[in-house]
Design a protein around this ligand. Structure first.
Ligand code: BGC
Length: 378
C-alpha cells in the first residue's frame, strides 16, 4: 500500500474514532487529519497533522521541528483567518525559516559564547549567532524530524517525540523529549513539554510561533495592544545576552503591565535592529500552576490571544529581524514588525547567571511544563 493511501486510511480511522467519541459526548466535530507535507533533504517524509475543534478553529503542526504551520481562528465577524506566519509549502521551511512556529531547544534563546559549566565541567556548544549559541545551535530541535502519534486518550491531541543524543550540538546527556499539542473546544492551543535525561544537562524548550492577529501578511503588529504580567525584565547587552540584572519596567518602554500599543514606545527600546527582543520576568502568584503571562488584542479584527504558562519568563520578540526578504503564505511579504513571538521560557543565558532560576535537569528528574495560547474575540 502506498504512503498517501496509508495516511488517508489513518485519517478515516481517526474520524471513525472521533465519531465514536461524538456519540458519547454530544455534538463534537473534533477531527485530526494527517497529510504528507514534503521531504527533508535526505528524502525523509514530513507529515502535517491538522487538529480541528467544534468551533472550526484549526491548528496544523508538522513533524519537522514539531512546527506549528497554521493557526486558523475566527475574528469578531466569525471570519476565519490564519494568524501564524509561515509558508504554504514545506521547502522554504528547510532553507529560509527564522524558526517560524518551531519548537526550539535544547536551549531556547542565547547562551553567551556557547559555553557553560555544569558540576565543574565546561561544555562548548555550537555557536550560530556571532559568538553565541541561539535556539539549540546549528541544527537544533527546529531542524529535526520528530515522531508523531495521535493521543488516543484525548479528543484532540498529537504527541511529538524526539531523542537528542549525548553530545548533539555540544550538550551533555541523551535527552528524551515529548511535546504534546492539544486543541481544546474553547479555542486554546495547549503545548505540554516533558523531558528526561541520562546525564546532567540543561533544558529550556519553547515554541517560536510568530503571530499577527490581523492575519499573517496583513501588515504590522505595531497596532496590536499588549499586556504582560511582569513588573521586571532582564536587560541585555549589544548582542542580546542578559547582563544579569533584573530590572523594574517602571518608567521604561518595557512597561506593559497595563495594555499598551506595541508601537507606542518601540523606538525608545533601541537595539540593532530596533525593537523588543527581551525576556520579561513573570510576576509570581501565590498559587503554583499556570499564570496569565500575556494578552494581545488586535482592534480591527477583535482577536485576542492570551498566553498562560508555568514558566518563569517570556521572550517578547517584535519581529525586528524580519526585513521583507521572506515571502510567506499566499506570497505575502513579511516586513519588519509584521509578526511577534511570545516565547514562554527560562531566562536566556541562565546557565551562566547564578541569580536566574536553574535550567539544570538531572537523571531521575522529569522536566514538565505547559503553555496555553487561548484565542477569543472582543
Ligand atoms: C530571538 C531573536 C531572534 C529570533 C530568531 C527570538 O527568539 O530572541 O533575537 O532573532 O528569535 O528568529
Amino acid at each position: 500500500m502506498n504512503r498517501s493511501l496509508l495516511l488517508k486510511l489513518v485519517t478515516i480511522l481517526v474520524g471513525i474514532l472521533m465519531n465514536t467519541n461524538q456519540s458519547v459526548c454530544a455534538a463534537s466535530a473534533n477531527s485530526i487529519t494527517v497529510t504528507p507535507f514534503g521531504k527533508t533533504s535526505s528524502g525523509r517524509e514530513v507529515d502535517l497533522y491538522t487538529l480541528e475543534n467544534k468551533q472550526g478553529m484549526k491548528v496544523s503542526i508538522m513533524t519537522y521541528g514539531a512546527t506549528v504551520v497554521d493557526v486558523i481562528v475566527p475574528d469578531r465577524n466569525g471570519n476565519l483567518g490564519d494568524v501564524s506566519l509561515g509558508f504554504d509549502t514545506f521547502q522554504p521551511y528547510l532553507t529560509k525559516s527564522p524558526y517560524f512556529g518551531a519548537i526550539v531547544g535544547r536551549y531556547g534563546n542565547r547562551i553567551a559564547n556557547g559555553r557553560f559549566t555544569l558540576d565543574g565541567k565546561t561544555y562548548q556548544l555550537a555557536t550560530n549567532d556571532g559568538p553565541n549559541h541561539l535556539h539549540g545551535g546549528v541544527k537544533g530541535f527546529d531542524k529535526r524530524l520528530w515522531t508523531a502519534e495521535i493521543v488516543r486518550s484525548s479528543s484532540n491531541s498529537v504527541r511529538f517525540t524526539l531523542v537528542s543524543p549525548n553530545g548533539q550540538e555540544g550538550y551533555p546527556g541523551t535527552l528524551h523529549l515529548a511535546v504534546t499539542y492539544t486543541l481544546t473546544d474553547d479555542n486554546a492551543l495547549k503545548i505540554s513539554y516533558e523531558a528526561t535525561t541520562d546525564a546532567p544537562t540543561i533544558v529550556n524548550v519553547t515554541n517560536h510561533t510568530y503571530f499577527n492577529l490581523a492575519g499573517a501578511g496583513n501588515g504590522s503588529i505595531l497596532g496590536h495592544e499588549l499586556k504582560l504580567g511582569a513588573a521586571h525584565f532582564t536587560p541585555v547587552n549589544s548582542v542580546l545576552i542578559p547582563t544579569g540584572e533584573i530590572k523594574s519596567v517602571k518608567g521604561t518602554p518595557m512597561d506593559f503591565r497595563k495594555p499598551e500599543l506595541i508601537g507606542k514606545r518601540i523606538k525608545e527600546v533601541g537595539g540593532n535592529p530596533i525593537g523588543y527582543d527581551h525576556n520579561w520576568v513573570l510576576d509570581k502568584k501565590l498559587l503554583p500552576g499556570l499564570k496569565s503571562a500575556a494578552e494581545v488584542y488586535e482592534p480591527t479584527t477583535g482577536r485576542v490571544m492570551e498566553v498562560l504558562t508555568d514558566q518563569p519568563g517570556i521572550q517578547f520578540y517584535s519581529g525586528n529581524f524580519l526585513d521583507g526578504t521572506i515571502k510567506g503564505k499566499g506570497g505575502k511579504v513579511y516586513d519588519q514588525y509584521d509578526g511577534f513571538c511570545l516565547e514562554t521560557q527560562h531566562f536566556p543565558d541562565s546557565p551562566n547567571e547564578p541569580g536566574f532560576p536553574s535550567t539544570v535537569l538531572r537523571p531521575g528528574e522529569v522536566f514538565k511544563s505547559t503553555t496555553i495560547y487561548r484565542f477569543s474575540i472582543r
